[in-house]
Design a protein around this ligand. Structure first.
Ligand code: AMP
Ligand code: ZN
Length: 478
């Protein structure tokens, strides 16, 4: 089936033709690891996982390279490290923060049914020239300076936007408009206010690497130019991320990569997911509607959770990736009900072939809302459990992952069982206390314990066991 994708750069939906069908190459900007991922961060991860699965199906599992980086150098990370591990040397504290956060991120997105990318490079491994000769940030910056696209000023190396005639093509911003824009800080050392940082000097208590421009650290954008080139080459097929990354991040990645390599393009398809809002409002810590993936998947002491990860994923897929999503409890409940009705009928079925209608929907610029309605339509019309399970799997929804999908019925049984075990423990302890009270002839206490149990509906019966020893059994009062 012919895949068609919308390209933000050319603003059109086009047939997708990979540069090399034996190695389809995709780069997606990954998380900055300093805090739990929120449900908005889960959106690009799920969207590009659907695309990764589709590409693997179309071109073969071994013919797709998906790179998603981990940003482990960022001033927010430094602040978090100093706050959470004040006693440790900064580098150690930073490592703790980034490792913990990356592990949390993996656990969260694994639960959401996302395949791990082919490679997951960390920015800090690509700052300096590498033993394996893969692209690195310092070498890229040197190339930009050598080709007249970057200059050193005021303790920084800056990209010279005026050296690139079509700078701004992705976001559609013209340079003269940007001059007037208040968003770009006007710094006296810059040739042009839109010039952006490739390298900046670090103070002693900031992480830094020795470079030709002094001990410093990279600007935000250069890492993705280095890591994409390292694994995918100077020009590759698909570059993705959230809408907010179009400017400045992706615009600047394009500028750096094209100018350093002297190429006309960086990636052939630029894909951006829309934003997620919660109950109609922008998600923010101050509004108190900031929801992490972890919170949504949290279990109580009965192992009960409000939502299954599969329902989170289905909810995400019901909206087209380029549209905004309004994340609501109502939508989650609906998904949970749909999955429950499937689960009751297919829990032990192994996946068959997925439905061609669902593949066709995905091939049309990842039309996941159509794919999910097709899922329901097919199920209603043919009730073929193998096709249903195969189609769900094609969308990355695995109901057999029972450890994660807990049917509400099973949950209720487990909860009841767990409550019974709690009760049983308490009664046994009370019976032992009562036997001890009776042995020391404290009948007031033994009666008190009997009444206490009676009050919660437990009746004690004193008798004798096979050897004639006194024994107390219990039952729930009828
Ligand atoms: P960050 O860690 O903030 O750089 O974000 C990681 C990814 O999540 C980027 O691709 C962002 O565009 C994306 N993202 C952040 N917030 C949201 C949101 N509310 N809705 C959808 N995507 C988001
Ligand atoms: Zn990036």
């Amino acid at each position: 089936m012919q895949l068609r994708l919308y390209d933000t750069l050319t603003r059109e939906k086009r047939a997708f033709t990979p540069l090399d069908p034996n190695n389809v190459r995709m780069y997606v900007c990954g998380p900055t690891v300093y805090d739990f991922a929120h449900i908005g961060n889960a959106r690009p991860v799920i969207v590009f996982d659907v695309l990764f699965r589709l590409l693997r199906h179309l071109y073969g599992d071994d013919h797709v390279t998906y790179v998603r980086n981990i940003t482990d150098v960022d001033d927010k990370i430094n602040e978090r490290a100093a706050r959470d591990f004040p006693g440790l040397p900064l580098n150690e504290a930073i490592r703790k923060v980034t490792e913990q956060t990356a592990n949390q991120f993996h656990a969260d997105v694994d639960a959401l049914g996302c395949l791990r990318p082919t490679v997951e490079p960390r920015a800090t491994d690509f700052v300096l020239p590498r033993a394996d000769g893969k692209a690195d940030m310092v070498t890229l910056i040197k190339q930009l300076i050598a080709r007249g696209h970057a200059y050193e000023a005021g303790g920084e190396v800056l990209f010279d936007v005026q050296s690139m005639p079509d700078y701004g093509a992705l976001s559609g911003r013209k340079l003269d408009e940007q001059l007037a824009g208040a968003r770009v800080a006007v710094d006296a050392h810059k040739k042009n206010p839109a010039d952006f940082v490739l390298w900046k000097l670090s103070s002693e208590n900031e992480p830094g690497w020795e470079s030709p421009w002094g001990r410093g650290r990279p600007g935000w954008h250069i890492e993705c130019s280095a890591m994409s080139a390292a694994y995918l080459g100077n020009v590759f097929d698909i570059h993705g991320g959230g809408l907010d990354l179009i400017f400045p991040h992706h615009e600047n990645e394009i500028a750096q990569s094209r100018c350093a390599h002297g190429t006309a393009t960086m990636a052939n398809y630029w894909m951006h997911n829309g934003f997620l809002e919660v109950e109609g409002a922008k998600m923010s810590k101050s509004l108190g509607n900031f929801v992490t993936i972890r919170e949504l998947l949290e279990t109580d002491r009965f192992g009960e959770r409000d939502w299954s990860p599969q329902a989170l994923r289905l909810t995400m897929l019901k909206t087209h990736y380029r549209q905004p999503i309004d994340w609501t409890v109502r939508a989650l409940k609906e998904s949970e009900e749909t999955l429950q009705s499937f689960y009751n009928e297919v829990k032990n079925v192994s996946p068959g072939e997925h439905s061609p209608a669902i593949e066709a929907a995905l091939c049309d610029d990842l039309n996941t809302p159509l794919a999910t309605t097709e899922l329901l339509r097919i199920w209603k019309s043919n009730r073929d459990p193998e096709v249903l399970v195969g189609s769900l799997k094609f969308l990355g929804i695995d109901l057999s992952a029972n450890s994660t999908y807990i049917s509400p019925v099973r949950r209720a049984i487990e909860r009841a069982k767990s409550k019974f075990e709690d009760l049983e423990g308490k009664v046994k302890r009370s019976i032992a206390d009562r036997a001890a009270a009776r042995a020391r002839k404290d009948f007031k206490e033994s009666d008190r314990i009997r009444d206490e149990l009676a009050a919660i509906g437990v009746v004690l019966k004193d008798g004798k066991d096979a050897d004639g020893k006194p024994i107390t059994t219990w039952e729930i009062a009828r």
